[in-house]
Design a protein around this ligand. Structure first.
Ligand SMILES: Nc1ncnc2c1ncn2[C@@H]1O[C@H](COP(=O)(O)OP(=O)(O)O)[C@@H](O)[C@H]1O
Ligand SMILES: [Mg+2]
Length: 317
């Protein structure tokens, strides 16, 4: 597989109130053209920071990012513009993603102008993208402003704005978490249809494994800045290898996106985790932890079939 986007050993350290926070700790991933990768884990595990580094909105503390085989890790300013058109973010909160004073037409024309698309093409492209997100007929929506739209309609505009430059990759960070439960599936289906029609790769980020299961072929599970397990979504859910993945799976009793999530069946919270350092970061919450888990940080090992896990359980001693 030749990857559309690839990250190698990404790290991000923040200094917050004099303390170092290892938000992302050695994350590597690759997404093929047209593929959908899910990143799942509790709030605070480093998903958004990973997404922001992949999109070059945040500088990594260490590691490399390759897009279409080219190293984009240290590109800045105008040199990033071609990448910006090809890798687009779908914002989490449609209620503040759009300028409240702009009409829909202007919100959609802005990226076209930024990416140097000739003015003469704007109307046709705006029309096409509004049809794609089912805000039809487009004339009925062009002159409206955000306050005249519902959350679901706003998120369609946000999606349209991400699609309009003609990207190859969409990164959707909690794309429906701010929306009413009743409209979530509609937005996810639209995203999937757009991806299929345009051959787009996607990275979906969510705390919700049910959502990831609905839209992603492959999934990566994060815990406290690290990837603890990855693999094809169906197998990872049917037969989770990491105790943390098992807990996430157990919290998704019914395969329905609309369902409200039960609490995680593990004790404690991310904030109770041992400070980042030696050992498995999950050990204080893990029902199977043994001596080695405190002494040695588990490294990812292959389970075959595209699966990998970072856990001492089942390892050769
Ligand atoms: N700009 C920042 N400054 C300091 N700490 C941050 C910053 N952004 C994120 N963090 C911290 O990094 C960790 C990961 O955050 P984030 O990537 O937002 O996680 P997630 O998206 O999985 O909820 C958290 O502990 C968070 O508080
Ligand atoms: Mg986040």
């Amino acid at each position: 597989m030749s990857a559309l986007i690839e990250a190698q050993g990404l790290q991000k350290t923040f200094r917050a109130r004099g303390r170092l926070v290892h938000a992302v700790n050695d994350v590597s991933l690759a997404v093929a053209p047209g593929e959908a990768l899910g990143i799942v884990g509790e709030s605070g595990c480093g998903k958004t920071t990973t997404a922001r580094m992949l999109l070059r909105l945040e500088d990594p503390s260490a590691g490399r990012i390759l897009f279409d085989g080219a190293d984009i890790t240290s590109l800045r300013g105008a040199a990033l513009r071609p990448f910006r058109a090809r890798a687009q973010l779908v914002f989490q909160n449609p209620f503040d993603a759009l300028n409240p004073r702009f009409t829909i037409r202007r919100s959609l024309a802005e990226p076209l102008r930024n990416f140097g698309i000739p003015e003469a093409e704007h109307a046709a492209r705006i029309d096409a993208v509004l049809n794609r997100v089912r805000l039809t007929p487009p004339e009925a929506w062009l002159d409206r402003r955000p306050h005249e739209l519902s959350g679901g309609q706003l998120q369609r505009v946000v999606l349209a704005r991400a699609l309009i430059p003609g990207p190859s990759l969409i990164v959707a960070d909690e794309p429906v978490s701010m929306l009413d439960v009743s409209v979530r599936a509609g937005i996810l289906n639209l995203l999937r249809e757009a991806r299929d029609a345009l051959g787009l790769a996607a990275i979906y980020i969510s705390h919700d494994l049910a959502l990831i299961r609905y839209v992603c072929e492959r999934t990566l599970v994060m815990y406290l800045g690290r990837v603890v397990e990855e693999g094809p979504t169906t197998e990872l859910i049917a037969n989770p290898a990491h105790p943390y993945t098992r807990a996430l799976v157990a919290a998704v009793p019914v395969p329905r996106v609309e369902q409200d999530r039960a609490a995680l069946p593990i004790r404690g919270a991310l904030s109770d985790a041992p400070p980042t350092g030696i050992g498995c970061a999950f050990r204080d919450r893990c029902p199977h932890a043994f001596a080695r888990c405190a002494d040695e940080t588990p490294v990812a090992r292959s389970l075959g079939g595209g699966r990998a896990v970072a856990c001492h359980l089942g390892e050769a001693a």
